[in-house]
Write a protein that binds this ligand. Structure first.
Ligand code: CTP
Ligand code: MG
Length: 222
């Protein structure tokens, strides 16, 4: 099995704030992004990891041609960053996994389940059921309450066959569609997307407070 991992890491972390984007913040003495890359390199089927970073950062990374990890320039949106990373590789892979740079706590079992389901179905995403009630709002007024039983929160790594992801990214670009994840676009374009069990530990570092939570989890996590 040959797996390509794409890590979009070119965001500026507006919700997190501060000068240094959240993916480069230290977590247990290492940048978050480094932890994420190392976790993927631990899997022997992962033959390449492509990380999309800002142009500024790209200028400062040293890369050798034989490296399993490669850095490329990202884009203005997450989807563009994923597309640029995807198109930077020429080899064939059985599965392409897309993972947020700021989810350091994905479980190996989740990754494996997503890979297996993507092999069987073409696309798979880890997700968790909603625990909070979710409302829509208009300004600061509550509008509608959504039916929680039909909602899940999407996580990563989202896995696809290379063919499915290529079709999804190409079509989204052609149609000028911006999605916040690739699995959502795949489903919109009629591809079956299997949902596998994620877990709440696999959360996305989003706001400044989340870093302290991540340190706490890391201290207990093996
Ligand atoms: N990302 C990216 N390129 C962009 C925007 C986002 O590669 N132009 C990446 C982020 O670096 C992150 C992942 O997509 O790893 C998930 O995005 P998100 O959590 O929204 O990060 P940011 O966009 O950086 O944060 P914010 O939305 O708060 O600005
Ligand atoms: Mg964002």
């Amino acid at each position: 099995m040959k797996i390509l991992v794409i890590i979009p890491a070119a965001g500026s972390g507006t919700r997190f704030g501060g000068e240094l984007p959240k993916q480069f913040q230290q977590l247990g003495g290492k940048p978050v992004i480094q932890r994420v890359i190392e976790r993927f390199l631990f899997h022997e089927d992962v033959v390449r990891v492509v990380v999309a970073v800002s142009e500024q950062l790209l200028a400062s990374v040293a890369q050798a041609p034989g490296d399993r990890v490669r850095f490329v320039r990202g884009g203005d949106t997450r989807q563009q960053s994923v597309t640029l990373a995807f198109r930077s590789v020429e080899e064939e892979f059985d599965i392409v996994a897309v993972h947020d740079a700021v989810r350091p706590f994905f479980a190996d079992a989740t990754f494996r389940a997503a890979i297996d389901e993507a092999v069987a179905t073409g696309a798979a995403l880890p997700a968790i059921s909603m625990t909070d009630t979710v409302h829509t709002v208009r300004g600061d007024l509550l509008d509608l309450t959504l039916d929680r039983s039909t909602l899940v929160a999407a996580q990563t790594p989202q896995c696809f066959t290379q063919k499915v992801l290529r079709e999804v990214l190409d079509r989204a670009e052609r149609e000028g569609e911006q999605g916040t994840d690739e699995a959502g676009l795949a489903a919109r374009y009629g591809f079956p997307v299997k949902v596998v069990a994620g877990d709440s530990i696999n959360f996305k570092i989003t706001r400044a407070d989340d870093l302290a939570l991540a340190e706490t989890i890391l201290a207990r996590w093996s």
